[in-house]
Write a protein of this length. Sequence first.
Length: 196
Amino acid sequence: MIDLPALITKFEAVNDRESEVAFFHTHVPWVAPEAYLNIIFKPAPSDVLSTVGAQMKVPGDVLQLLARHNGAHLFSGSLHLFGVLRKGQLLHRSESFSLPPFNIELENQSWPPPDRKTFLKIGGYGFDGSGACIDRESLGIFVFRRREKEPCASWPTLDVWLDSEIHRLSALFDGSGKRLVDGRLTLPNQTSGGIA
């Protein structure tokens, strides 16, 4: 099982902090006063995870990840992992250190994958909103650009996707969290994951 904090150790511990909901790693004030390069959410509440997991037919690999990390905002929003939220949970935008992860239920309603029975959108890329989906049968990860029905990249498993994409994205930022390349390069391509 992927350990997200272990994959981001390259980056300087600048004003790292912890809130009730998440761990904030590498302060990047040139992005915004309270911005962090990586935000990793604490484990999902087990009752919420169980309910949402059953309703959405969330594969076991994703359930295990959410039980450990209930979503993440990585590399200044270059890559997001969605989490589960309690029904009716209030959003206090003025309290930036208490904001929840993006809601997997809402994300699947607002931009459904090409085939909702097969694919579950579990994350996305901030540059253009491309969606990362898990195939409920093969457990492969497929990235779809908006309004496209064919994937632009794929990986055989959730762990392979996260490990390879976090390593790829890490190389695009210096140790202080400054992006070294054009934002378009934060998107995966056929050579980053290959088409399975």
